[in-house]
Design a protein around this ligand. Sequence first.
Ligand SMILES: [Zn+2]
Length: 417
Amino acid sequence: MKKLFILMAALLCLGAYSGGAQAASLTDMQEKQNQLNAKRETVQSGVLAADKKIESLQSQQKTVIQQLEALELKMRETVEKVAEKEKQIQDKNLRISELNNEIAQLQEQIAKREELLKQRARAMQENGANVDYLEVLLGAENFGDFLERVSAVSTLMQADRDIIHEQETDKSKLETAEEQVKKELGSLQSMLTELKSLQEEQVEQKAGKDRLMKELQEQEHETSLHKMDLKEEEELLAAQSAAVQKAIDLEKSRLAELEAARKRAAEEEMKGFSAGSAPRPIISRGTFTTPANGILSSNFGQRGSERHMGVDIANAGANVPVVAAADGVVSRSYLSSSYGNVIFITHSIDGKIYTTVYAHLKERLAGTGQVVAKGQQLGIMGNTGQSTGQHLHFELHNGQWNAGKTNAVNPIGIVPF
Ligand SMILES: [Zn+2]
């Protein structure tokens, strides 16, 4: 859709300059071309700036991606560390409960043995000696044996006490060990807390980087859209510039042709009378000059039942020259059934279009598309088409000629006769 618009704009632009013979002056068009080129430069530098911005945004995104990758690696490490600490804490808790069990068992054994010793002590106090020990002592066969048995009893009692002592020592060792494990557990738990806060920090960091990334991507998208708009504008300006350049070239060649035509017209005027020809009209100073020498035989306006949309200039001379009333381009040169041999000239005067018509010519000397100068000979006065007697039928139209001749104006007062 936009492409079509550009094409149409270019065509319209081209049309505006080349359609009229002189719709815009060369200076105007060159000024317009300069403006277009200046605008193109601005737009082109805008495109370059957009490119630079996109490049910078992309490199920023690259950096953020690298940072995100590094952060994600760290986050995975933290997750692993958290899991490791949690496992270690679990192990420590297990160890503590094991130790607690062992301590409880020892405690129970110690309590039982102490109870046994207490019972023995009570029995010895009540009976003067422990029954068991007494039985052992009373079973002695002689004094030597007795002494041996006394010593054995005391050894047994000492052994009981030693066992209790060992068990107490073991219990205290276990309690120390438990103390140590609890300390380690405490340090593990504080490490875990630190890791968890690190993890939170990393999650926040990642969210921040993700937001930044999204922002950079959005900016890049917007800049790309802006760049596309600028590129389209640049295309439009380039098309306009090409159209104006074409119009300038056309205008230059038209001006060159006109210059050549003027030279020829001046040369022809200098000759004045050609052999066998009637005198050519003197070229007047204004925009228009008289198209032929002769008498005004019919005026513009109502003529009996018909409306006469031009003026007639009659001259019975031989080979009466008919010249262009003003600078212009021959828009048509042909043989018409009513106009006879006829030439149409389109003029652009101060940006306005006029059309002049030269009818009933005996001979046409200018072709369609030819650039003609004011006073340049177009043909020879004649009596072709619907005509009675040799004369020039001359029309002036304010704008383009049309079949209804609605633009026709009275040339008297505009064109000198
Ligand atoms: Zn007429």
